[in-house]
Design a protein around this ligand. Structure first.
Ligand SMILES: Cc1ncc(COP(=O)(O)O)c(C=O)c1O
Length: 397
């Protein structure tokens, strides 16, 4: 009895629904949730062979689990990656990808416009273990080049970045990395594979917070690392197996099922965000709007050359600094105040006092994280309701 479809050269929308599926002999149409920590062996000899690597099969869900494998395989298919491993959160994915192959004496170059916790790992945690770092302006290719050293092993960037939606030229930075014998890691959380596939531009490793658009409904934390087979075999697999940042099979199942609607949701997020960005640009109290697919975004052409949509996040600045920003947030009747993003519900945050609070004032100023800056994750509500909500809240700001 055939239990599985044979994947052909499927397009991305088909891969998002069917990629990685392995059916049990019950032929369930919806992917099975294997909520198990361990696996039984028919005989002690079989257990021994499994641990020696002489027989193939699951041993323990910290190392691997059939539901988690389906999620990893589907994500790898969508990103065009040879391999992948899922983790308990996006930060677990970022940390594992940065630590698993490095040792004291190595050096990392990273774009300074990134999520606050990623910056903490690179600036504060890596140096404790003797791994040096240099932060650069991600848009300045000369800075990337100048930062390279013989001991540089990794380049790390986020595009679009959190929260200022800065775009980095993936192809150019991948070339600099490879000329220097280093690997490029791209955090693709803001775009998702529905809008941007960094492997096509030369990235070696892609990390995700699947908590965001991949879950899409604000339910469960998760992360994914997509990479090439040698990185998995030589570094990542052993690191995950022994340090245990593994995802729960339940969360992996939620994110696996969410991938089925990723393409549809991202189209709606992009449409809503584009409408809201245009609306905000016409409001007197709004002094700046950042949205990658608007012609006034400083890297608009670059964004269009590597993304298929502008994404679901709009960042804008309200006149009057923190006081006005707080008044605006507190007056909203539809949009929630929340530091998460990528939810079906629209969420707004004030990065200066939340996600980027731990940066020094100078570091925030350098990134353009001002007191009036708001990051709006546009959800799946009717964009007209969101514009009306923002209009009445701006009147109170
Ligand atoms: C770009 C980016 N990378 C990584 C993370 C961390 O993901 P998680 O919250 O799933 O650990 C976040 C947000 O939290 C993010 O915005």
């Amino acid at each position: 009895m055939a239990t599985n479809k044979k994947p052909g050269k499927w397009r991305n929308r088909t891969l998002a629904v069917r990629g990685g599926t392995v059916r049990t002999p019950f032929q369930e149409t919806s992917e099975a949730l294997f909520l198990t920590s361990g696996y039984a062996y028919e005989a002690a000899e079989e257990a021994e062979a499994r641990f020696k690597g002489e027989s193939v099969g699951y041993q323990y869900s910290r190392f691997g689990n059939p539901t988690v494998t389906m999620f990893e395989q589907r994500m790898a298919a969508l990103e065009g990656a040879p391999a992948g491993r899922a983790t308990a959160s996006g930060m677990a994915a970022v940390t594992a990808s940065l630590l698993c192959a490095q040792r004291a004496g190595d050096h990392v170059v990273a774009a300074k416009a990134m999520f606050g916790s990623c910056r903490h790992v690179i600036e504060d945690i890596l140096p404790r273990f003797g791994i040096a770092q240099t932060l650069v302006d991600g848009g300045d290719l000369d800075q990337w080049q100048a930062a390279m050293r013989p001991e540089t092993k990794l380049l790390f960037l986020e595009t679009p970045s959190n929260p200022t939606l800065a775009i980095v030229d993936l192809k150019a930075v991948a070339k600099i990395a490879h000329q220097g014998g280093a690997r490029l890691i791209v955090d693709n959380a803001f775009a998702s594979p529905a809008l941007q596939r960094p492997f096509e531009f030369g990235a070696d490793i892609v990390v995700h917070s699947s908590t965001k658009y991949i879950d899409g409904q604000g339910r469960a934390l998760g992360g994914v690392i997509l990479c090439k087979e040698d990185f998995l075999k030589d570094h990542l697999q052993t690191f995950i197996r022994n340090t245990g940042p593994s995802i729960s099979p339940f969360n992996a199942w939620l994110h696996l099922k969410s991938l089925e609607t990723l393409d549809l949701r991202m189209r709606a997020h992009c449409e809503g965000a584009g409408t809201v960005a245009d609306f905000l640009a016409g409001q007197g109290k709004v002094t700046r709007v950042l949205y990658p697919f608007r012609p006034d975004h400083p890297q608009h052409n670059l964004a269009r050359s590597q993304m298929e949509g502008g994404g679901g996040v709009v960042t804008f600045e309200v006149a009057g600094g923190k006081k006005s920003a707080f008044r605006l947030a507190n007056a909203l009747r539809v949009i929630d105040i929340s530091n998460n993003l990528g939810d079906a519900k629209s969420l707004i945050t004030h990065p200066e006092t939340t996600t980027h609070q731990k940066l020094t004032p100078a570091a925030r100023a350098e990134l353009g994280v001002t007191s009036g800056l708001m990051r709006l994750s546009v959800g799946l509500e009717d964009p007209a309701d969101l514009c009306e909500d923002l209009e009445q809240a701006l009147a109170a700001a």
